[in-house]
Design a protein around this ligand. Structure first.
Ligand code: FCB
Length: 437
């Protein structure tokens, strides 16, 4: 593994925003009016998946909805200056057209407490979950349904906008409908862009804080580097998941392979920053229907006791891809590592912050970094991948900061770090448990 003990000392620009990220459904618990909760109760949820033994419903998650006051104290005690969180639409509008004022009061209190601690809050307005009633009406698959989202935002935004320092309309809007899909999925991709644009312009009425939607920035990589088809399909995957969105936001042109191009002036320029969620690279195998091929076995880190799609460290991908985003400021809204052994997280953090710094040196205007995630949480189908800086006991809900949280706190305090810093938090590199069968 990389020699993180010898990393050169680096410093980040004055005012660099350091924080962590979470999402409502993954930490709050009892999010019973959401489509995600509904799906978790269905028998199909536990079938059709080779990992079904690891599948579990979200249940109480981290019980954050109850423990949020303590969690604000926790965030502050870890030295975080910023926090990215999401608000659950299904709590505020559990029944179509009916507002739950208690749920709203909860979020207002949470936001207020964060602001009082001097923490900049970045709010995600849609992080994978929405009311079950909205899903039953066809969700974002139906363009006309945008009006429901619009009505909800019109209710919510004026109440929270004074407390928000940055906005994500939708989380990872570029991965809706699958990552490597053909023309059939284009209408949904167009819908997501237009929903984003609608949110962007609506927020502008109430807030001067910067707005974007988080982009799942996948670094596609040809499995056989010499193979012409693998390379072409790598370009294809990069286009449909990355470049299509960048181009649309920059120009208003929705140009997707296999469908007639469209122009939408509302989409053009509908961002104030690039919001980047980066984890690792993905292999493109053009001989597989889904394109998403297996990793190089020698780079696969078995960091949790199940197979998972993010078990490689590929920090170079962060530097390389950030160079594509030179026209607006950039915030890394998610980046993190799931590992049972916390030492992997320290290595991951050190490598990715170095890679990020390299992008800064190359002239990319990166303004902030949000580690995913503040605490171990519900990873959509399972509790096994542990991304947290803070461990959560899912029986007692007790929070315990890990060594990586202390490492990160020192980085924030010093606005930089080096191999010396790493040495104080890491006695030795974690050993590789070997390949997953
Ligand atoms: C991202 C999601 C986030 C979390 C991480 C691991 O794609 O935005 O909610 O699941 O992956």
């Amino acid at each position: 593994m990389y020699d993180v003990f010898s990393l050169p000392a680096i410093r980040f620009p004055e005012g660099f925003v350091w924080g962590s990220a979470t999402a409502g459904h993954q930490i709050e618990g009892d999010n019973i009016h959401s489509q995600a909760w509904h799906n978790e109760q269905q028998p199909e949820f536990y079938r059709d998946d080779p990992e079904r033994a690891t599948r579990a419903p979200s249940g109480k998650a981290c019980d954050h909805f109850r423990l949020y006051r303590d969690d604000v104290e926790l965030i502050a005690s870890l030295g975080h200056r910023a926090y990215r969180m999401s608000i659950e639409w299904s709590r505020i509008e559990p029944v179509e057209g009916r507002w739950d004022h208690q749920a709203l009061a909860h979020y207002l209190d949470l936001l207020e407490r964060l602001v009082q601690k001097g923490i900049q809050v970045f709010v995600t307005l849609h992080h994978f979950t929405h009311p079950f009633w909205f899903e039953r009406l066809g969700g974002f698959d139906k363009a006309d349904n945008r009006r429901f989202f619009e009505r909800y935002l019109t209710f919510l935004l004026p109440k929270i906008s004074s407390m928000v320092s940055g906005w994500n309309v939708i989380n990872e809007f570029n991965q809706w409908g699958g990552l490597t899909a053909g023309p059939a999925i284009a209408p949904l991709k167009f819908n997501m862009l237009r929903t984003h644009a609608l949110g962007y312009h609506l927020i502008k009425r109430y807030s001067s804080a910067p707005v974007s939607s988080a982009h799942a920035f996948i670094h596609w990589f040809p499995r056989r580097f010499h193979d012409d088809l693998d390379r072409r399909m790598t370009d294809f995957a990069d286009f449909t998941t990355n470049e299509f969105f960048f181009h649309a936001l920059r120009t208003g042109e929705l140009v997707y392979p296999g469908v007639d191009a469209e122009y939408d002036p509302e989409v053009k320029g509908s961002l104030d920053f690039w919001s980047v969620n980066y984890y690792t690279r993905h292999m493109v195998d053009a001989r597989l229907a889904g394109l998403d091929g297996p990793r190089f076995a020698h780079k696969l880190l078995q960091m949790i006791p199940m197979r998972f799609y993010l078990e490689e460290m590929y920090p170079e991908g962060l530097t390389a891809n950030l160079e594509r985003l030179r026209d607006y400021p950039v915030y890394i809204t998610e980046n993190g590592c799931c590992a049972a052994d916390d030492r992997f997280r320290i290595v991951y953090l050190a490598l990715h912050l170095s890679a990020l710094h390299e992008a800064l040196e190359r002239g990319v205007d990166v303004r902030g970094y949000f580690y995913w995630s503040l605490m171990d949480n519900y990873e959509w189908t399972t509790f096994i991948p542990r991304f947290g800086l803070v461990a959560v006991d899912f029986q007692t809900f007790r929070r315990s900061p890990k060594t990586s949280a202390l490492f990160y706190r020192e980085i924030i305090r010093d606005n930089g770090f080096g191999g010396e810093t790493v040495r104080r938090y890491l006695d030795a590199l974690p050993t590789l448990p070997g390949r997953v069968a």
